[in-house]
Design a protein around this ligand. Structure first.
Ligand code: NAD
Ligand code: UGA
Length: 468
């Protein structure tokens, strides 16, 4: 039997910490779950009575929050007290790519992980199970362990507090936009560690709703590395299909048919074969870059350059789309209004991190286009920040971006509509009406293959779709 867990503290109330802890709280009503973040503004939003103001948009999330919040699920900035009284602590903080110093642009920045470990070392009491939920370079548990173990040494100011720790790796595999269903029905739960008692304590939590056969246990390093590898394999499929989308455009083959024909082989599988404007999101590029860095570190140059290509193709795909748009619009975008539909990196999330829309919009702005952006869930402040609009001036020296409050406002008097995110509502637009308010020749560029070609042909549009 594992320890009985009465109270959990999670450091980091982001896209992972918030939804993950909400589902644990829902499935384990006997456990008190405290989600702590140093960002007071974010915590305020998690506690807002108006559930449309939650900092994370995820289908099904607000229902879980309204069921558990302030019953056994609490969002707070109070770290010290909650660390001291928890049996189990999840570290779910950000691990972005380093922007400076050794490994800049590739290695993960572990400063938030180290800070969390130091806080746990300082404030935890008694025995605490510490769980890496963040995605981490292989062997990070060693660093965390070292920091935690030092907490009991003689030279520590805390030498009178008896404390001990078990460290587990429990990477998260949820995808944004489907986080709640992924958490409630995961393909697998992965737990890496050495301490059977701690592993069993964590298993006893997941067992409340996940079949035992889906719970995989490994050593710490295999668990940490498996998370990076899973993301690398997923991203590799997207770069593979995107590379073939370009070949389809040259040869007259259709990427949608090629995807189906290829993916129906059960050894290949049908998922993650949708060609698009390139993968976005906070993790794929970061995690593959980290893998590339680790391979280089261990002297595996060929392995490293193999995975680097997945990132290279992704950058190339974004740039390729920008170039096609420019070329189709007579090689000049100067002063032309261009409508961009979708700014989140995929549908059903308000997250814009690494969204392909960012690079494509910047390319078009640089060409002098007046960009008008519409997204059903992303806020103007997010778009401005992502485009770095405060400092952005195109080569002509002006800012040429507008955030549209409605679809009509976005598309009126524009020369082209570019569908960059596959929001359901973009698949059901009234193209006849839209055509009537655009400048002719009017173009649609569908990077997500969701627009009905027959309808836009009938309306009179020029139409370009990825991979056809
Ligand atoms: P995020 O940036 O949305 O959230 C991280 C939060 O941690 C922030 O709110 C930040 O203020 C807080 N934080 C950082 N250091 C802190 C500290 N010392 N004390 C208190 N709060 C602190 O990040 P995220 O998207 O939730 O990702 C978290 C981790 O999970 C990353 O390692 C990521 O790779 C991994 N992951 C993310 C996803 C995803 O879909 N976003 C999926 C699987 C895994
Ligand atoms: C991804 C993984 O799917 C999760 O398993 C993982 O936990 C997570 O990263 C993480 O570690 O952060 P996420 O980035 O949220 O999840 O979303 P995905 O559904 O994987 O989409 C990533 C990007 O790939 C999006 O821009 C999406 O539009 C694009 N994509 C996805 C395609 O272009 N084609 C596809 O067929 C699938």
């Amino acid at each position: 039997m594992g320890n009985i867990i009465k109270k959990i503290c999670c450091i980091g109330a982001g896209y992972v910490g918030g939804p993950t802890m909400a589902v644990i709280a829902e499935k384990c009503p006997e456990i008190e779950v405290y989600v702590v973040d140093m960002n007071a503004e974010r915590i305020k939003k998690w506690n807002d009575d108006d559930l449309s103001k939650l900092p994370v948009f995820e289908p099904g999330l607000s229902e879980v929050i309204s069921k558990c919040r302030n019953k056994n699920l609490f969002f707070t900035t109070e770290l010290k007290k909650n660390l001291a009284s928890s049996d189990m602590v999840f570290i779910s903080v950000n691990t972005p790519t380093k922007t400076r110093g050794v490994g800049a642009g590739q290695a993960s920045d572990l400063k938030w992980i180290e800070a969390s470990a130091r806080q746990i070392a300082e404030y935890a009491q008694g025995h605490t199970i510490v769980i890496e939920k963040s995605t981490l370079p292989v062997k990070t548990a060693q660093t965390i362990k070292k920091i935690l173990m030092e907490a009991n040494q003689d030279n520590s100011p805390l030498k009178n507090n008896l404390k001990s720790f078990s460290i587990l790796s429990n990477p998260e595999f949820l995808a944004e936009g489907t986080a709640i269903s992924d958490l409630k029905n995961p393909d697998r739960v992965l737990i890496g560690g050495e301490d059977d008692k701690a592993i069993n304590a964590l298993i006893s939590i997941y067992k409340k709703w996940v079949n035992k056969e889906k719970i995989i246990t490994t050593d710490l390093w295999s668990s940490e590395l498996s998370k990076l590898v899973a993301n690398a394999f997923l991203a590799q499929r997207i770069s593979s299909i995107n590379s073939i989308s370009a070949l389809c455009e040259k040869t007259g083959a259709d990427i949608k048919d090629v995807s189906i024909a290829t993916g129906t082989d059960k050894r290949i599988g049908k998922y993650f074969l949708n060609a698009g404007p390139g993968f976005g999101g906070s993790c794929f590029k970061k995690d593959i870059s980290n893998l590339v860095y680790i391979c280089n570190y261990y002297g595996l140059a060929e392995v490293s350059s193999y995975w680097q290509k997945v990132i290279d193709i992704n950058s190339w795909q974004k740039r390729r789309i920008s170039k096609i748009i420019i070329e189709k619009l007579f090689n000049t975008l100067s002063g032309k209004k261009i409508s961009v539909l979708g700014f989140s990196f995929k549908a059903n999330t308000n997250d814009t991190r690494e969204s392909p829309s960012i690079d494509i919009c910047r390319d078009l702005m640089e060409e002098g286009a007046n960009i008008s952006i519409y997204d059903p869930k992303v806020k103007e402040s997010q778009v401005s920040a992502a485009l770095n609009i405060d400092t952005f001036n195109n080569s002509l020296g002006y800012k040429n971006f507008k955030f549209a409050s409605s679809l009509n406002d976005c598309m009126k008097d524009s020369y082209a509509v570019i569908v960059l995110t596959e929001w359901e509502e973009f698949a059901h637009l009234d193209w006849d009406q839209i055509y009537s308010m655009m400048i002719k020749p009017a173009w649609i560029f569908d990077t997500r293959s969701i627009v009905d070609k027959a309808k836009v042909d009938k309306a009179g549009f020029n139409f370009w779709r990825i991979g056809s």
